[in-house]
Ligand binder design. Structure first.
Ligand SMILES: Cc1ncc(COP(=O)(O)O)c(C=O)c1O
Length: 359
């Protein structure tokens, strides 16, 4: 089976991972501490961010960022109608209302035009998602935010290492949220997440919220939660961070091969400018039949995502407009295998099997 994801790393990296995990296990320092602080500093330097705060997951990165930016009950947050559920779920978790707007049909990212049309007096923030690693149009989003005095929270869960026009993600927003779920481009050995922000007070607030709002031991100033990056995950991430650029380059090369090979087939390749590839996703007619054929013939492929967000029960009725592009895409999207361990010959095999399925 050609796998959709493969989280194995090359031997020398695996050895460094094992040594780092063993050293941490023996240290007895498991929650926050110097290893987490070290990774936060490394990730801040890598993304050219002023501050980086490690948290328990990508979802918590979104939730705590929203809270740190003062988003709560009575506020609306604009979220693209096509994303992983957590983007909108985070808004619900802070008691605010997600307003789901249609996506650009070529990139499937937040359309600034659709976002502008959905603004109301209650709109507090915009949440662009860099879907599949392709950066949203951040200059347009930032301009819209500035014009209307809105906060911007980037969902960069799928885009570790991405740049847009030479600038790292996080350059246009109040908070940029990452997930280190194991299959992500920078994956931990469990759950993990992180917030970068240019604002010292937002970083301070996320730090406060991740440890029960405690400003000193047993003195709690706010209602927070338990959401800390743990030291074992931090050392795994520190070992892997220097590999992220070469792994992303490998994903990009493989994606280019897919682009070239798929040009002859009746599938639609997404416009994926800049950024990184988290997934390689195409639009195919009769997606479910094609997916079944691939899965029965040695290629793991997955509908990613099979539902537009407004079609999920907790989000029903929360769309602005008809979200036609998001809904049309959800019927056709198919993720094909993509990971740094994939071989060129496997890309050829996937394409051949896909051609067969489409015949
Ligand atoms: C776009 C997007 N947002 C948020 C998340 C949530 O991240 P986590 O699973 O680390 O909570 C994910 C993870 O799958 C994601 O893909």
């Amino acid at each position: 089976m050609i796998r959709l994801f493969d989280v194995r790393v090359p031997g020398p990296v695996q050895e460094r991972l094992e040594a780092a995990v063993l050293e941490t296990l023996r240290s007895g320092q498991f929650v926050l501490g110097e290893r987490v602080a070290r990774f936060e500093a490394e990730f801040a330097a890598y993304t050219e961010a002023a501050h980086a705060v490690g948290v328990g997951s990508g979802t918590d990165a979104l939730v705590l960022s929203l809270r740190a930016l003062g988003v709560g009950p009575g506020d609306e947050v604009i979220v693209p109608a096509l994303s992983f559920y957590a983007s909108a779920e985070a808004v619900l978790l802070v008691g605010a209302e997600p307003v789901l707007v249609d996506v650009d049909p070529h990139t499937l990212n937040l359309s600034a035009g659709a976002a502008e049309a959905a603004l109301t007096a209650r709109t507090k923030a915009l949440m662009p998602v860099h879907l599949y690693g392709c950066p949203a149009d951040m200059p347009a989003v930032a301009e819209l935010a500035q014009k209307h005095g809105l906060k911007v929270i980037e969902d960069a869960a799928q885009a570790s290492g991405a740049n847009l026009d030479g600038q790292p993600l996080g350059s246009w927003s109040d908070a940029c949220c990452y997930s280190f779920y194991p299959t992500k481009n920078l994956g931990a050995a469990g759950d993990g997440g992180l917030v970068t922000t240019p604002h010292a007070e937002v970083a301070e607030s996320v730090r406060l919220l991740r440890t029960h709002g405690a400003t000193r031991p047993y003195y709690h100033e706010a209602v927070g939660t338990t959401s800390r990056l743990d030291a074992l995950q931090a050392v795994v991430l520190s070992v892997k961070l220097p590999c992220l650029d070469p792994w992303n380059a490998r994903r990009r090369d493989l994606a280019k091969r897919y682009d070239e090979a798929l040009a002859a087939l009746p599938v639609t390749v997404l416009r994926h400018q800049g950024g990184v590839y988290h997934l390689y996703v195409v639009r195919v007619p009769q997606r479910d039949r094609v997916m079944r054929f691939l899965n029965e013939n040695g290629v793991e492929a997955r509908a990613y995502y099979p539902y537009a967000l407004p079609d999920l029960p907790p989000l029903r009725g929360k769309e602005h407009g008809d979200c036609r592009e998001a809904r049309a895409a959800a019927r056709e999207l198919l993720a094909l295998p993509l990971h740094p361990n994939l071989h060129e010959s496997e890309v050829a095999e996937v394409v051949e099997t896909l051609a067969h399925a489409l015949r």
